[in-house]
Design a protein around this ligand. Sequence first.
Ligand code: ZN
Length: 178
Amino acid sequence: MPKTAERLSELIRKDDPIIKYGDPVLREVAKPILKVGEDMPEFIGRMEEIMRQANGVGLAAPQLGVSQRVIVYDTGDGLQAMINPKILKSSGEQMEPPEGCLSIPGLRGIVKRSDEVVVKALDENGRPIRVRAEGYAARVIQHEVDHLDGILFIDRAEPESLQWITAEEEEEEGVVEE
Ligand SMILES: [Zn+2]
């Protein structure tokens, strides 16, 4: 992926590099990575840095203006990166916790998600991986994969559950920011 790591180096110098709602890139279907290049680990490293700076638990490349199928997340078990993730199986149902999105700061809502997913993807070195996740991690993966398809959590949220909250409330209530 030519120049993307370089591009992120530029972005990361900004105070807030995360693309916000209203930018058309968030509505694009991101392109698959045809060949995992040597700069992918660096690209992933920068995504991680930006995600952590923003106190997020997940981040998708389109949120940095890069319309390619790469996601990262960390739900407490360390960083997981996925290239070209594909959800193979999903089952069950979960409603909590409320979701938020780093691209739509201050808004949260209840989103019904599958409780368990099986995902295939490539890792940062281009090796095939298969991940089974449940609960919180499954929620985050579904949110990030949605980003790659131009879908935002507000599209799936129970409409009456959507509400604006302050940064303090966000911290207290443990909203999942992705
Ligand atoms: Zn998001």
